[in-house]
Write a protein that binds this ligand. Structure first.
Ligand code: ADP
Ligand code: MG
Length: 222
């Protein structure tokens, strides 16, 4: 079995009439060190798929297994812990906290367990170096450019050495040069950490940087 197995994933949203079927029979498998880009136009279910992979949204039916664990079999607070430790999320919008420095933002996921440990502090500094922001470590998001903010979000997503990195339109708000930098960083760090990376995007340029590409078409991955 692969490290990430997605089998017969179906997702419906209730409406006043017939339910809206967003995913049907979506399937994929991925192993540590592999990356995949999923292309699809707006409204095709890209975010829904990522939320199901990241255990943020329960599928209507089907199965998601990360290293043999089906997160939807976990109850809170174990599910929250699974999400926090096994999954790294990067959104189109960086979701940084404006009142915190770069270093503090990268450490945010560690706060669920109390104060950051010295290992976590070292790792945060290492990751900030990897994304090229050591000289900006005490700056606040307002003092950074859009590309730099997204680099902080990439560092934050990796703080717990997640097995699975999920990126939802990670370059959607960036110009071409910054988009390429973020794409490169995501792929370099994913390889260095031997993690899995799934990015959803409508950018063919970003998708072409990935080892594997699929499309979301009528709720299926083709
Ligand atoms: P994408 O990320 O590819 O733009 P989404 O996954 O956000 O697509 O949405 C897919 C479809 O599901 C859209 O038609 C959207 O309106 C609908 N949708 C998304 N979230 C919900 C929700 N919570 N309730 C009802 N419909 C939703
Ligand atoms: Mg979306």
């Amino acid at each position: 079995m692969a490290d990430l197995e997605v089998v017969s994933l179906r997702k419906e949203y209730p409406t006043r009439g017939e339910p809206l079927v967003v995913l049907k029979e979506a399937a994929l498998s991925l192993n540590a060190g592999e990356n995949l880009a999923i292309l699809g136009p707006s409204g095709s279910g890209k975010s829904t798929l990522l939320y199901c992979l990241g255990a943020l949204e329960a599928p209507t039916s089907g199965r998601v297994e990360l290293e043999g664990q089906n997160p939807f079999e976990l109850a809170e607070p174990k599910l929250a812990d699974f999400r926090n430790r096994q999954i790294g999320f990067i959104f189109q919008d960086h979701h940084l906290l404006p009142q915190l420095s770069v270093l503090e933002n990268v450490l945010v996921p560690t706060l669920a367990a109390g104060a950051a440990t010295s290992e976590e502090l070292e790792r945060a500094k290492y990751l900030i170096g990897r994304v090229g922001l050591t000289s900006r470590i005490s700056h606040r998001p307002a003092e950074l450019s859009g590309g730099e903010r997204q680099r902080v979000a990439v560092a934050r997503s990796l703080i717990h050495q997640p097995r699975l990195l999920l990126a939802d339109e990670p370059t959607g708000n960036l110009d071409r040069t910054n988009a390429e930098t973020i794409g490169r960083l995501l792929l370099d760090l994913q390889a260095a950490e031997n993690a899995m990376l799934v990015a959803v995007t409508h950018s063919l340029e970003l998708a072409e940087m990935f080892a594997e590409r699929r499309s979301l078409d009528d709720g299926r991955l083709v």
